[in-house]
Every structure is written in structure tokens, then in C-alpha cells.
Design a protein around this ligand. Structure first.
Ligand SMILES: N[C@@H](CCC(=O)N[C@@H](CS)C(=O)NCC(=O)O)C(=O)O
Length: 225
């Protein structure tokens, strides 16, 4: 059996996607915490294009990009499937996986918004999350139906990380009035033991997100984040 290693960073929602998938499938792995200010040779060699975590190393094969890693995990360890069986349903899941990148960009604008643009950014986040709520989650318990699946993992940064984002910026977006079904889903998701067990401590995450925000908003506009 090839060894499984995960290069990660404690506060990364992308890394947590991979942790959750491995745990839900009962795959044993070694977790290696990266210092993102002083990246290891192993990370630089394993993800030479982006030099980011997560990276899954399976034997001598390295895989990057959380959604790509999740697809790999699903194929290599088919137990406790995360994708629906039906081809059309799978295609729909892939659509909403792609859409999560758009959602991420809109979250980022709110995260880095100046006070004068904050309300506009907040409204944009509500609009995009209403689309997710109405068209992907609908009245289901989880995105995957009665049980947690791939889309729950993909949108899994909403419950914990987005709360810290809201607090670090000083806005409230997701509540029982604005997005009732998404709010209820977030509460359910956080209660799942596998999810709950591996969430980063909230106060540490909040402090980290405040620091990163401060650093990013004080950078000159053309420098890379
Ligand atoms: N699209 C990537 C995003 C990964 C990502 O942004 N990772 C961050 C940590 S949250 C990182 O490694 N940052 C280091 C850097 O930018 O140098 C994925 O889904 O895996």
C-alpha cells in the first residue's frame, strides 16, 4: 500500500476539504504542516506551479488543487462515495464545484473591502449565496441529500471560515433571515463529528484572518497577494 501524505496549513479551508474527504473515507495519512513563510523543499517540488497547499502525495505521485485532489480521492478510494452515481447528477455537482471559485472571489472582495464599498460587497455575497441556496442546496439536509457529499465539503468553508471572515471585517451576512436554508445547513454541517473534530480553533482563525487582511489591505494595489 502506497503511503499517503498531506502537506497542509492549519488555517486553510482548502486543506480541510482534503482532510475531511480522507477521514470520511477512512484513509490513513500523515499530515505535514507547512510554514507558508518558509516553504519546504517537498512543497516546492510537489507543487512547482502554484507552491500552495494542499498537496496530496500518494506514493511517489503528488496532486495539487483541492478539487482535483478530491476527485482523485474519490476514484482511488471509492468507499463511502462523495459524488452521486448518476452521470447527470455528477455533472451538476461539477458545475457547483466550479461555481465555488466564483463564490470564493466574491468572498475575497468582501474580505478586502473598504468601508465605503462594504455594503455593496455584502449584497453581492448575499446574492451569490442565494443562488447556491436556491439552486444547489434547495430544501435538502445536505447538498448531497440526506448525507454529506462532495458539495458539502467544497462549500464547507462557509460555516467556520466565513464566520471568521464576517467578524474580521465587521459585517453579518449569513443569518436565519438572509439565508435561512444555508444557515441551517451550516449548523448541521458543523455538528458532524468528522467536520467538528478538525476545525481550527475559532479564536486563532479569527486572529489569523485579521492579520492576513491587514497585510493584504496595506499592500500597494499592484503587488501580488
Ligand atoms: N485553488 C487552491 C487554493 C490553495 C491555496 O490558496 N492555498 C493557500 C493556503 S489557504 C496557500 O498555500 N498559500 C500559499 C501562498 O499563496 O504562497 C486549492 O483549491 O487548493
Amino acid at each position: 500500500m502506497d503511503e499517503v501524505k498531506l502537506l497542509g496549513f492549519w488555517a486553510s479551508p482548502f486543506v480541510h476539504r482534503v482532510i475531511w474527504a480522507l477521514k470520511l473515507k477512512g484513509v490513513k495519512y500523515e499530515y505535514i504542516e507547512e510554514d507558508l513563510t518558509n516553504k519546504s523543499e517537498l512543497l516546492l517540488k510537489s507543487n512547482p506551479v502554484h507552491e500552495k497547499v494542499p498537496v496530496l502525495i500518494h506514493g511517489d505521485k503528488a496532486i495539487s488543487e483541492s478539487s482535483v485532489i478530491l476527485e482523485y480521492i474519490e476514484q482511488v478510494w471509492p468507499q463511502n462515495p462523495l459524488f452521486p452515481k448518476d452521470a447527470y447528477e455528477r455533472a451538476l455537482s461539477r458545475f457547483w464545484i466550479n461555481f465555488a471559485s466564483d463564490v470564493g472571489m466574491i468572498f475575497r472582495s468582501l474580505y478586502l473591502s473598504k468601508e465605503e464599498n462594504r455594503e455593496k460587497s455584502r449584497r453581492e455575497v448575499i446574492q451569490v449565496l442565494q443562488i447556491v441556496e436556491e439552486q444547489a442546496l434547495k430544501d435538502n439536509k445536505f447538498f448531497g441529500g440526506d448525507n454529506i457529499g462532495m458539495l458539502d465539503i467544497i462549500y464547507g468553508s462557509i460555516p467556520h471560515w466565513f464566520e471568521a471572515l464576517e467578524e474580521s471585517v465587521g459585517v453579518k451576512v449569513i443569518d436565519p433571515n438572509t439565508l435561512p436554508r444555508l444557515y441551517a445547513w451550516a449548523q448541521r454541517f458543523k455538528q458532524i463529528p468528522v467536520i467538528n473534530h478538525d476545525l481550527p480553533p475559532y479564536q486563532d482563525l479569527l486572529l489569523h484572518m485579521k492579520r492576513v487582511r491587514q497585510r493584504l489591505i496595506s499592500q500597494p494595489p499592484n503587488s501580488s497577494a
